[in-house]
Ligand binder design. Structure first.
Ligand code: PHE
Length: 345
């Protein structure tokens, strides 16, 4: 082997020993860099005659090209190694089962609340929201409930700090909504004008110290209030009957207004419904409390009971949901068991 062949063989071997791109570039400099061996040989040509330059120059260039191509193929090899290493470390197992994205759905009680809202909106009712932590005045006093009423005892009501309580019903919303309405129309009222009637429902969470298959410490109610110049018990019957028939999607339904007592209505009635077919046929089922708004309550709202009269009701959306879907234990709604909840969507 002549001198050049030895040099090419040495370069090839050295490149072959490089296991990373940085080492390879350092090895390249030994041959092709500014003070590399090939560079030095090319520089030495300057001392030779023209004839010798041609002959020797061609040989050196050939050696240079061989070294360059050995360098290039080693570069490619090393970058393939790197790529393969990356591919291996990021390997995808395409045989793994996919992650299922479950579709969310509305809770059955939420479905009922939207139905209730849609039906009452179609009858011209506004929908209002109010606080769940309530003052004693809004929850009891303004609703004509005397200080010794059993609902005010610790056995029935959750009291919180500062003398407030978790509202035991949505009825305080009658007062809140009516007072806002009065405030809004105070100029008209002062000048002795009539103000627009109040027609509102107020759905939401309510709380009582109570827990069994048909009672939960947190439950839902939906209040209704229609107050105007001449709104009577007859209007309550029409509105509530219409509501029930639309809600249960049947004409095949009887309503019964059973005399009862609430401090904030007079007269008062429990509303029972009866289906004439289906699994509950023939049974009277209580769905709401109701009555004509008590004159003292109308006064507490800031209105003159001589001029404003109407009805209120408070129904149980949880109960309505149980009846509509045939659920027999209220607690199922609040356990969060997906096997139960999936059935409604
Ligand atoms: N607030 C009553 C209850 O919780 C229901 C009711 C509302 C009764 C409005 C009459 C009028 O039982």
């Amino acid at each position: 082997m002549n001198e050049l062949e030895t040099l090419v063989a040495k370069a090839k071997q050295q490149f072959g020993e490089c296991t990373n791109p940085a080492d390879l570039e350092n090895a390249k400099a030994l041959y092709l860099g500014k003070s590399g061996e090939i560079t030095a040989l090319l520089k030495s040509l300057a001392q030779l005659s023209v004839e010798e330059k041609k002959a020797k120059g061609a040989l050196i260039n050939q050696a240079k090209q061989e070294i360059e191509s050995a360098l290039q193929s080693r570069r490619e090899h090393l970058s393939n190694v790197e790529l393969n290493r990356q591919l291996a470390s990021e390997a995808l197992d395409v045989t793994l089962p996919g992650r299922v994205r479950h579709r969310g759905g509305l809770h059955p009680v939420s479905l009922t609340l939207s139905r209730i809202e849609a039906i009452f909106r179609s009858m011209g009712f506004d929908v209002a929201q109010g606080p769940e932590i309530e003052t004693d005045w809004f929850n009891f006093t303004a609703l004509n409930t005397p200080a010794d009423h059993p609902a005010r005892s610790m056995h029935d009501t959750f009291y919180v700090e500062g003398g407030n309580l978790l509202r035991t019903h949505t009825s305080p919303m009658q007062i809140r909504y009516a007072m806002d309405h009065v405030q809004h129309h105070q100029d008209a009222l002062k000048s002795g004008q009539r103000i627009p009637e109040i027609r509102v429902i107020a759905p939401g969470r309510t709380y009582r110290v109570d827990s069994d298959a048909t009672h939960s410490p947190m439950f839902h109610q939906c209040e209704g209030l229609w107050l105007g110049e001449n709104i009577s018990f007859k209007d309550l019957k029409v509105v509530f009957t219409e509501f029930c028939k639309t809600f249960f999607e049947t004409e095949d339904l009887k309503l019964r207004f059973r005399p009862s007592f609430f401090p904030f209505t007079e007269p008062s009635a429990e509303i029972d419904i009866q289906f004439s077919s289906g699994p509950l046929a023939g049974r009277w089922l209580e769905v709401a409390g109701s009555g004509q708004v008590h004159p003292q309550v109308v006064k507490n709202m800031g209105l003159d009971p001589e001029n404003y009269i109407g009805f209120a009701f408070g129904m149980g959306p949880d109960r309505l949901t149980m009846l509509r879907y045939g659920v027999n234990d209220l607690r199922l709604f609040f356990d969060g068991d997906m096997r139960f909840l999936h059935q409604f969507n």
